[in-house]
Design a protein around this ligand. Structure first.
Ligand code: UDP
Length: 261
């Protein structure tokens, strides 16, 4: 079937969603070769990126589903195409969990790169490019939860930490540290579920510097090969597109082994 001939529901920066004529409860998610950063200001097309992202996304979601996590993901019937549950309501947030300080937290947090958070910390960012995705303050979130106005925030906090801990342990088997990640959520059949793609651009992943690093320290920067980072930071920092793609391929090779776990 040529999915791209179907009715488009929405087109985003990196994916297109099409209606499934055979099942109104599901939609097709098709990956694009586009890559963006900085609220979409930086934009490029990397030939073959869609296929790499589709594989990474498939392997991570199939693993999470096997671990009993509620997600929108159903299957990946053909290259670059996945079938996911149709949302009743999208929650307009990026939910970030951090184990190690890196990226935006260095700009405003009183932390140094490499500082280790235990337990992990979770932050909610309101998705809005013109406003640069402002972070919601924890007091407001606590209010939303305790007042009963938005109990889903408690579920998202718990889910994000749980998924992070699962994926951190899994990546550790391949000698890489999950630094931080971003997940998104929606409501499907009254349940808060992980939605959207989970691909190389969704997380930071730094290889261990040695076979047996000491990760039980206040700052673990020296235990990790931060220059060898596998994630999208190379793109954010102006790296060559072919290097971005080859890093993403290394990630896809790692996640392809999740099937055997
Ligand atoms: N992230 C993402 N999409 C965004 C912003 C962040 O997937 O629009 C991911 C990012 O890859 C990292 C984590 O969320 O793994 C935390 O990102 P951070 O707040 O440090 O922002 P950044 O430095 O990426 O702008």
């Amino acid at each position: 079937m040529d999915v791209t001939k179907l009715n488009k529901v929405i087109e985003g920066k990196t994916k297109i969603i099409y209606e499934n004529p055979d099942d109104p409860k599901t939609v097709f998610m098709v990956f694009k070769d586009d890559i963006t950063a900085g609220d979409g200001v930086k934009h490029d097309v990397i030939e073959g990126k869609a296929l790499v992202d589709w594989k990474t996304n498939r392997d991570i979601y199939e693993y999470l589903n096997r671990r009993g996590i509620d997600t929108h993901y159903i299957s990946s019937p053909e290259e670059k195409v996945s079938i996911v549950k149709r949302l009743d309501r999208k929650i307009n947030l990026e939910v970030v969990t951090r184990r190690v300080a890196a990226g935006s937290i260095l700009n405003w947090g009183d932390v140094e790169e490499g500082q280790r958070f235990d337990p992990v910390i979770t932050q909610f960012y309101y998705k809005d490019d013109p406003l640069h995705d402002p972070m919601l303050d924890d007091g407001f979130i606590d209010y939303l939860i305790t007042s009963g106005k938005a109990p889903e925030y408690a579920q998202m906090r718990e889910s994000n930490a749980r998924v992070f801990n699962v994926l951190e342990k899994t990546f550790a088997q391949f000698k890489v540290q999950l630094i931080d990640f971003k997940l998104e959520y929606g409501i499907i059949d009254g349940i808060v579920m992980v939605i959207d793609e989970i691909t190389a651009g969704s997380f930071r992943l730094w290889p261990y510097k040695t076979e047996h690093p000491n990760l039980n320290q206040a700052n673990i920067l020296n235990e990790l090969d931060s220059a060898g980072r596998l994630d999208k930071d190379i793109y954010r920092k102006g790296g060559e597109l072919k290097d971005v793609k080859s890093k993403f391929e290394v990630i896809a090779q790692i996640t392809s082994k999740f099937k055997e776990l």
